[in-house]
Design a protein around this ligand. Structure first.
Ligand SMILES: *Cc1c(COP(=O)(O)O)cnc(C)c1O
Length: 371
């Protein structure tokens, strides 16, 4: 059996008519930039997510960059984020002119360890980017109260956490704003690059909308200089076609995580993902920690099972951040995880029998092993 890491083709085939129509409609109307397709998606995503403003933009990285620029981040500032994430969470801090400061990850939940946050705050700190990595919510309540105490902004990087919740509050709704990516493999994925900002703050929403569109709500009324970061119209139409399925797809991911949990629970050489109490993990990724991780990964590949590592090198350990002067021992948890974590195939269309097959192969790998 061949099992890909994600199966975008299976999803396409399941909603082919809607997707084909969405693309054809955009072409028929030759409405290639902006227009009602973008507005419709922004309105429908806002309604479904339960947020006042959705501002479409070119990708999830731009969403973070635009937010930081509009929150006034600049040279001399520091912004705190987490040691294990995709590089967008930290490179946008640098793009905005500030210095990224990293906090280690939580040993059980793998997201920003809120107990270590306060020690990183100083007079230059302007804000925090909390990342709900893998679909697992951070303890965003605790992080928010630390931010409030120190007068810092809180942004939520929700690129991996569409419809994740903590204590009944969806990811992105606790901080001043949230950023989403609709990269094809994300839980809600376009057929190219796409992203958005969500916020309940009217003024911030207007500023972000302007900045993403050359500093103008309408041409030629440029109130400031901005950038060109538009949500592409074909992508917006595709996202609208997919949106009615997202809650069902999220449920299917959670169900598949449950299948993994029950098939893999008795293997002493691995740790299964632990869901933070009072949260809803949307399982963008199903990440295990495994002994002999690299060998297991190679073995599964030989069996036709594609896995991945998110991420093989923690951010502060990357050559790009050498200049910050950190050492791996400053981030003991993130550094240890980078050699243990493995993301197993995860997508809504994955079947119970495929999960059973993967579990069988993992058991076969460890059979007879003593360590
Ligand atoms: C995917 C991702 C992003 C960036 O999204 P793009 O749309 O690829 O720019 C940002 N942060 C995290 C955690 C991501 O996984």
């Amino acid at each position: 059996m061949k099992i890909p890491f994600v199966d975008l083709k299976a999803q396409y085939l399941s909603i082919k008519k809607d997707i084909d129509k969405a693309i054809a409609d955009v072409i028929e109307e030759t409405s290639f930039i902006g227009g009602h397709f973008v507005k419709d998606f922004e309105r429908d995503f806002a309604a479904l997510y339960g947020v006042k403003h959705v501002i479409g933009c070119a990708n999830g990285t731009d969403a973070l960059y635009i937010l930081m620029k509009m929150l006034g981040v600049g040279p001399g500032d520091e912004v705190i984020t987490v040691a294990n994430s995709w590089i967008s969470s930290s490179e946008t801090i640098t793009q905005a002119g500030a210095r990224p400061v990293f906090v280690d990850v939580h040993p059980e939940y793998y997201s920003l360890d809120e107990t270590l946050l306060e020690a990183r705050i100083n007079s230059r700190t302007r804000g925090v980017i909390a990342v709900h990595l893998q679909g697992q919510a951070c303890d965003i309540e605790q992080i928010k109260s630390i931010c409030d105490k120190h007068g810092l902004f809180l942004l939520e990087d929700c690129a991996q956490s569409h419809f994740s919740e903590y204590k009944g509050v969806r990811a992105g709704l606790t901080g001043v704003a949230g950023s989403f990516s609709f990269y094809p493999g994300k839980n809600l994925g376009a057929y190219g690059d796409a992203g958005c900002i969500i916020t309940n703050d009217d003024e911030l929403a207007t500023k972000c909308r302007m900045y993403a569109n050359h500093g103008a709500l309408k041409k030629p009324d440029h109130r400031m200089e901005g950038i060109n970061s538009r949500l592409d119209t074909i992508q917006a139409a595709i996202l609208s076609a997919k949106l009615p399925n997202i809650l069902r797809w999220t449920d299917a991911r959670i169900k598949n995580a449950g299948y993994y949990d029950s098939c893999l629970k008795d293997i002493p050489q691995m740790c299964l993902p632990k869901v933070r109490p009072a949260s809803r993990h949307s399982f963008h990724l199903y990440v295990i920690r495994a002994r002999r991780r690299d060998e297991l990964m190679a073995f599964l590949k030989e069996q036709g099972i594609e896995t991945a590592i998110h991420y093989p090198v923690a951010l502060p350990n990357l050559p790009a951040y050498k200049y910050l002067g950190y050492t791996p021992s400053d981030f003991p948890v993130a550094t240890r995880l980078q050699s243990e974590i493995l993301s197993l195939p995860m997508y809504p269309e994955l079947t119970e029998s495929a999960v059973g097959y993967i579990a069988e192969k993992i058991k076969l790998f460890y059979a007879g092993a003593t360590a």
